[in-house]
Design a protein around this ligand. Structure first.
Ligand SMILES: Nc1ncnc2c1ncn2[C@@H]1O[C@H](COP(=O)(O)OP(=O)(O)OP(=O)(O)O)[C@@H](O)[C@H]1O
Ligand SMILES: Nc1ncnc2c1ncn2[C@@H]1O[C@H](COP(=O)(O)OP(=O)(O)OP(=O)(O)O)[C@@H](O)[C@H]1O
Ligand SMILES: [Mg+2]
Ligand SMILES: [Mg+2]
Lengths: 256, 256
C-alpha cells in the first residue's frame, strides 16, 4: 500500500505547498492520520499550517543533520490528526552540508523510518529544485505526486522530472513510482489551461487525477491566516476541489 | 552606472523568467544592447526566447565548469540587439559540482568579465533558490531586481532574501544593491494583491517600481510560441506593462 508521498516539481509556484497542506487537511478531515514534512527552506507549509517561528527550532534540518530524532521534531497543527515536521531557518544551509555528508541521499529515509509507521499517510513538501533535499525525499517515499500548473513552462519541465524519477528508481529506491499528476490553478476560460490539461492526459492517462484544482483567490488568501483553505473557507471552490481530491486520493490509494 | 542585474527570488513562480525575457526585449526595442544569462537548469528563458535545444550545447554550465569562454556561449535571439547565454541540460548538475570547485562563488563573475562590457545591460535569470548558482549571480552583478508576485507566500520570503543580499554584500560583492522590486501578476480585483503591494511600498518605498505587471493570459501563452509577449502580442496589457517597465528602468538606471 502506498503510504508515503513526496510533492515534487522543480518548476516553481505550481502549488506543491498548497497541495501538501490542503490534501493533508482533507485526509485528516476524513479520519486518517497524516504527517506533513516541510523540506523547503522557505518553510511555506509550516506557515500555511500556522506553526509559529518559535515552534520551528527543531525541524527537518535538525532531523537530517542535527542528530535530533524525527519523533522529537513533530509538532501538532490546529487540525486534529494532522501533524508536521516544520522547516527551521537552518534548512537553507542543508543542501551544501549534505554534499559531503555520509549517506547523503538516505538521511531522510533513515530519519523518518522511526516514525512513518505511526501515520496513515506522510506527505513531503519539496523545494522547487531537483537538488539533494528533493533527492532525499524521493529516496524516502513510496511514490510521488506532481502538482502541475496548467501553463507552458510547467509542462516543459515534466519530461526532465520523469527522467530524474527513473534514475532515482534505478539507483536508490526501486519502489518509487509517479503515482499521480494533479492539475492546479486550472482556469476554464483560458485555452492554454485546457490545452495543457489535454496534453498531459494524453501522455499520462489515468495517472492524472480527475479532480482539477481551479484558480481561486480564497486559496491564496488562506496562508496569510495560517490556515488551510479547507478551514479558512470550506465553501469556496478551492476548498471543495481539495476535499474532492482527498476523496479521489483515498479511492486510488486507500483500498489497494 | 548599474549595468549588470540579477533577477532573484527564491520563491518559485513569481515571474523571474518572464521579467528577464520581456524586460530584456523592451530594452532592446528601445535601442540598447542586452544580454540574458540563463542560470536556471529549467532553461525557461532560453525557451521563452526561442533558442532550440540544438543551440544550447554550450551555455552557462560550459562557461562555469566546462572551460568554455563566455564569448563562445553567446547566441543571438530573434530580437535585434538581444543575445543570450542559454542553459544547457548539464546545468542541473552544476550545483553539486560547484560545492567543491575552486573559487566557487566567483566563477560566473570571472567568466562574464570578458564580455559584460560589450552590452549596455546584462540580465541574469536565476533559479528559485538561494543556492550556489544564485550566489554566483549575486557576486557577478552590480544590482538585483526582485520580481514579486503579490501573494502572501512570496511576501514571506522577502526578509530572508534581503538578509542574504546583505551577507553577500559583506563577504563577496561590496557594490551589490537591491535596486528594485517589480510587482508581478497584480490583480486589481483581488484585495490580497492590493494589500501586499501597499505593504511592500511601505517597507521599500521608491525601490518598488511604479510600473506593476498585471496578470494577463497572453503573457503565459507567449512562451509556447518561443516569443516574448512584446512580440507575440504587443497590444495586450502584459506587453504594454513590460514596455512601460523598460522605460521606467531606463529612467532609473540609464541616466545616472
Ligand atoms: N488553486 C489556487 N488558486 C489560486 N492561487 C493558488 C492556488 N494554488 C496555489 N495558489 C497560490 O499560488 C502561489 C504558488 O503556490 P505554492 O506556493 O503552493 O506553489 P509551490 O509549488 O509550493 O511554490 P514553490 O515552488 O515556491 O515551493 C501561492 O501564492 C499560492 O497561494
Ligand atoms: N503577468 C503575468 N500574467 C500571467 N501569467 C504570468 C505572468 N507572468 C508570468 N506568468 C506565468 O506564470 C508562471 C510563472 O512565471 P515565471 O516562470 O516567469 O516565474 P519564475 O519566477 O521564473 O518561476 P521559477 O521560480 O520556476 O523560475 C509562468 O507560467 C508564466 O508564463
Ligand atoms: Mg512550496
Ligand atoms: Mg524562472
Amino acid at each position: 500500500k502506498l503510504r508515503t508521498f513526496a510533492l515534487v516539481n522543480q518548476k516553481g509556484g505550481v502549488g506543491k505547498t498548497t497541495t501538501a497542506v490542503n490534501l493533508g487537511t482533507a485526509l485528516a478531515a476524513m479520519g486518517r492520520t497524516a504527517l506533513i514534512v516541510d523540506l523547503d527552506p522557505q518553510g511555506n507549509a509550516s506557515t500555511g499550517l500556522g506553526v509559529e517561528r518559535g515552534q520551528r527550532a527543531r525541524g527537518t534540518y535538525e532531523m537530517l543533520l542535527g542528530g535530533v530524532s524525527a519523533g522529537d521534531t513533530v509538532v501538532p497543527t490546529a487540525i486534529p490528526r494532522l501533524s508536521i515536521v516544520p522547516a527551521s531557518v537552518d534548512l537553507a544551509g542543508a543542501e551544501i552540508e549534505l554534499v559531503n555528508a555520509d549517506r547523503r541521499e538516505h538521511r531522510l529515509n533513515e530519519a523518518l523510518s522511526s516514525i512513518a509507521g505511526k501515520y496513515d499517510y506522510v506527505l513531503i513538501d519539496c523545494p522547487p529544485s531537483l537538488n539533494l533535499l528533493t533527492l532525499n525525499a524521493l529516496v524516502a517515499v513510496d511514490a510521488l505526486l506532481v502538482p502541475l500548473q496548467t501553463e507552458f513552462y510547467a509542462l516543459e519541465g515534466l519530461s526532465n522530472l520523469v527522467q530524474t524519477v527513473e534514475r532515482v528508481k534505478r539507483s536508490f529506491n526501486p519502489r518509487l513510482e509517479l503515482a499521480g499528476i494533479i492539475l492546479t490553478m486550472f482556469d476554464r476560460r483560458n485555452s492554454l489551461s485546457e490545452a495543457v490539461s489535454q496534453d498531459v492526459r494524453a501522455h499520462f492517462a489515468d495517472r492524472v487525477f480527475e479532480t482539477m484544482i481551479p484558480r481561486n483567490v480564497r486559496v491564496s488568501e488562506a496562508p496569510s491566516h495560517g490556515l488551510p483553505v479547507l478551514i479558512y473557507d470550506h465553501r469556496c471552490l478551492g476548498a471543495q476541489a481539495y476535499i474532492q481530491l482527498g476523496a479521489e486520493f483515498l479511492r486510488r490509494f486507500d483500498g489497494v
